[in-house]
Design a protein around this ligand. Structure first.
Ligand code: HAM
Length: 422
């Protein structure tokens, strides 16, 4: 039997894995400058956490959770997202506010796989807990846009909406329910049966039947209370002030029940697919309390790494630096000196490679030529007797003997000369 990756999952090798490494490093750099630090949470959590967090009526909970029972009969679920786990950690460890974290997490959703939609994907995200001021919304959206811009992406748009707080949302839900009841026959088969449970979910439905009903539906933005309206306008003013371009998206409710007030999403214009959302998030001012914590406001976003890779490819952006080496050590001696030399070179930030076998000079020189090294360092018994090594410039094939104690100094000089000529 040949084993394969489970449906909807992938292995990542270089150069893609290198791109992921650079994406993560870039994300850490941007978020840490603004005081966010890395949070790592378990890959599985109590199932009830996600039911209460994401919402009982969401697709994620009703159709997509990877739920299992462990040997002690505990109901556990592989995390479908990062937010709920971050909030659980914040409550459990009684962190003070403002709590600012960034994370890299795998996420598991039993979805129908297609380009850009997988059963295991990876998210980079941030969560900011504490401030309910619009400044927090602006900071979080700013980070998302700056990160996407830092990758060189150009073909994307930022969508933004407000879902109001619980009271304005409940008022709106009733209006929407009346409208949907009137148009019940036109909804998709799934939502004909379920729209009464949570009418907001229809706004998120990707089926053409529901989309055509939503076009004429009442809009949440028209039911916002004075406070929510003013919060929303301040967020938009802040974005204008920073020169961040956005588009109003009055039906953007996103796939979780925890959002309140600001919701946002960045969509790629370079992908010809329904899976064009690169990242998205929003405010969730009731989530901490609903998971058993003290009432605390919060906002954050998640970005799909696999989607980013697709979008970068579509925009012909390559982040990967091919792992390179400066010096190839040709080891013909029967001693550990080559490893000691490698150690010295590495300590001076010189990238090193060598053969793992003591094969012939010819074979090792062939490996040196194939590598990206500009210099070969030849260590043979005759050189060792004289406490010397041979330094060979692989660009012009010149070579000379150099005393071992001067090796690092000479190699640095030669690398600078080679780089200045190319
Ligand atoms: P989400 O929109 O479900 O939000 O996921 C965030 C991003 O993950 C999406 O924009 C997309 O790029 C990627 N993604 C989602 N599902 C898949 C999939 N099946 N395959 C590939 N990529 C996928 C959240 O998860 C929220 N926790 C975001 C958030 C953080 N809200 C507040 N804080």
């Amino acid at each position: 039997m040949k084993f394969k990756t489970p449906t909807g999952t992938s292995d990542f090798f270089a150069p893609e894995s290198k791109e992921i490494e650079l994406l993560v490093a870039g994300f850490a750099k941007i978020t840490e400058k603004l005081g966010y630090s890395l949070l790592l949470t378990p890959i599985f959590e109590d199932s009830e956490l996600f039911r209460r967090g994401a919402g009982e009526t969401t697709d994620i909970v009703t159709k997509e959770m990877y739920e299992f029972t462990d040997r002690s009969d505990r109901k556990l679920t592989l995390k479908p997202e990062g937010t709920t786990s971050a909030i659980r950690a914040f409550i459990e460890h009684s962190y003070s506010t403002p709590f600012k974290c960034w994370y890299l997490t795998p996420a598991f959703r039993y979805e129908k796989p297609q380009a850009g939609r997988y059963r295991q994907h990876h998210q980079l995200g941030i969560e900011l807990l504490g401030p309910d001021s619009y400044f927090a919304d602006i900071e979080v959206i700013y980070i998302l846009i700056k990160f996407i811009e830092s990758l060189g992406l150009k073909q994307f748009k930022l969508l933004i909406n407000s879902m109001g707080h619980r009271d304005c949302r409940n008022l709106y839900k009733q209006k929407l329910l009346d409208y949907l009841t009137f148009n019940e026959d036109r909804l998709c088969d799934d939502h004909k049966l379920r729209y009464k449970i949570n009418p907001l979910r229809i706004l998120d439905c990707k089926k053409t039947e529901c989309i055509s009903v939503v076009v004429e539906a009442p809009l949440l933005i028209d039911y916002l209370c004075e406070d929510c309206r003013s919060h929303h306008e301040s967020v938009l003013n802040g974005l204008d002030n920073l020169g961040i371009i956005y588009e109003a998206a009055p039906t953007l409710v996103r796939g979780f029940d925890y959002y309140s007030r600001t919701t946002f999403e960045v969509q790629s214009l370079a992908l010809n697919s329904s899976q064009s959302a690169i990242g998205g998030g929003g405010r969730y001012d009731n989530l901490v309390a609903s998971l058993g914590g003290v009432e605390t406001a919060g906002i954050g976003f998640g970005i799909g790494i696999e989607r980013l890779l697709l979008v970068m490819k579509a925009e012909s952006i390559r982040l990967n630096e091919i792992p390179s080496c400066d010096v190839f050590i040709v080891n013909l001696a029967k001693e550990f000196l080559p490893m000691r030399l490698a150690d010295k070179l590495l300590s001076s930030n010189i990238k090193v490679s060598y053969s793992y076998e003591q094969s012939s000079m010819k074979s090792q020189m062939r490996q040196a030529d194939k590598s990206t090294a500009k210099i070969a360092l030849i260590v043979g018994d005759s050189e060792l007797k004289e406490s010397e090594v041979t330094i060979k410039n692989l660009i012009d094939s010149s070579q000379y003997r150099c005393p071992i104690e001067r090796v690092v100094q000479d190699i640095k000089k030669l690398l600078t000369t080679i780089e200045s000529k190319h």
